[in-house]
Write a protein of this length. Structure first.
Length: 399
């Protein structure tokens, strides 16, 4: 560089020291700033991801804890129901309440009742169903193998089945239970039929261990199996509050709408789950609980849906029966309180009344809730209850 150039550079540096002191590679100095910004952004993303993961794990742990609390609350409900049933068998029949203060006492845990209680900060609901109001399916099918027409007549009357559908279901039920591979009638189904389905399976050819297995039988779908008693309706009302009880027993009972009356005139078609239960006939016999193939409804223990199975029974009358037995159990099918109800002459021969010691075969459904009520778990079991013993035959978590 010439002397003149050096002199000019010196003068400019004196006048503008900042602009003239820039390094020849000054544009590359912004890379460090960008690198720092990218690192900060990356750290922010990592922290956010870590925070989200921790919250997710915390929520999962809380849900698991609540689910377990609800499950064990339901299990406590099952065990308490068994204990209370044994107590119910041991104590004398409940007498009619006469004293005003006695009317406020909680109702006892009797078959056909729905109970609520608190357990370790959780809430539990328990529904007790008397399986003696149902027909043991293996006993019925064993009889039907010798007389198939009796099964068809029963299915037609109870479930309003007709034509080819009736023949398919009746013949397939017999084939599912009998011990051979010979097709019953022209509409039966043995293992050859079921192997052609997706997924394939074989015919039981023996006693049915759980009633839900009927869903595998040809012609039986969920609509026919559950009927109006869908699984989510297990909490159907079999017990009334004090206000509802007083209202039903008074002259101010609410009138039914035209739609409800029309529905009652046609009659509600039950599902298989309302009419049948599955158990080992030999086990029942060993416990002294023989089963009949004739349907008899115990008005002291029947649920609302079971009462509606009776010919001529309406929802209004069924609710009245439930209300009356909460005050005092019926003593016989000819009880004057029953005799005064609508269509009594039609359904009186279809009912029975349990004794003061209701030992028998029961289905217990318990639903436990987490402390905040957001999570629920349900357990269903069937058990043979006697005075000093309890034998669980099935146990299933519903969710």
């Amino acid at each position: 560089m010439s002397a003149a150039g050096l002199l000019m550079k010196h003068c400019l540096s004196r006048l503008c020291p900042i602009s003239c002191s820039v390094h020849p590679h000054a544009p590359e100095r912004g890379v460090a700033l960008l690198l720092v910004l990218w690192i900060i952004t990356l750290l922010a993303v990592v922290c956010a991801e870590f925070s989200w993961t921790m919250r997710t794990e915390l929520t999962t742990a809380q849900n698991f804890r609540d689910s377990e609390l609800a499950y064990y609350s339901a299990e406590a409900g099952i065990n308490r129901a068994m204990l209370e049933l044994m107590r119910c068998i041991a104590r004398p029949q409940r007498q009619e309440r006469s004293e005003p203060e006695a009317a406020e006492e909680p109702l006892s845990w009797e078959p056909g009742s729905q109970q609520h209680f608190e357990f370790a900060g959780t809430r539990c609901e328990v529904l007790i169903e008397d399986e003696s109001n149902k027909i043991e399916i293996n006993t019925l099918l064993a009889k039907a193998e010798k007389d198939p027409m009796s099964l068809k007549a029963f299915l037609k009357k109870t479930f309003k089945l007709e034509g080819e559908q009736l023949d398919i279901i009746a013949d397939s039920l017999i084939d599912w239970h009998d011990k051979d591979e010979n097709i019953t009638g022209v509409n039966g189904a043995e293992s050859d039929y079921y192997r052609g389905l997706q997924p394939p399976y074989t015919c039981r050819n023996g006693d049915i261990p759980v009633l839900e297995e009927l869903l595998l039988v040809r012609g039986i779908d969920e609509g026919l199996f559950y009927g109006p008693s869908r699984p989510e309706l297990h909490e159907q009302k079999t017990q009334l509050t004090r206000e509802e009880l007083d209202e039903l027993l008074s002259d101010k009972a609410p009138a039914f709408s035209e739609a409800q009356e029309a529905e009652e005139e046609t009659g509600a078609v039950p599902g298989f789950i309302d009419i049948f239960f599955a158990a080992n006939p030999e086990l029942l016999s060993m416990m002294g609980l023989g089963q009949s193939t004739t349907l008899k409804i115990d008005v002291n223990t029947a649920t609302l849906q079971q009462l509606l199975v009776l010919e001529g029974m309406t929802q209004k009358t069924a609710s009245q029966i439930i209300a009356e037995r909460q005050v005092r159990r019926f003593t016989s099918p000819a009880d004057p309180r029953l005799a005064g109800m609508a269509m009594y002459e039609v359904w009186k021969n279809q009912i029975t009344v349990s004794g003061t010691k209701p030992q028998g075969f029961y289905k217990i459904t318990a639903t436990g809730y987490s402390p905040d009520g957001r999570v629920s778990r349900s357990i269903m079991c069937t058990a043979i209850i006697k005075k000093n013993s309890c034998l669980v035959t099935t146990w299933k978590a519903l969710n």
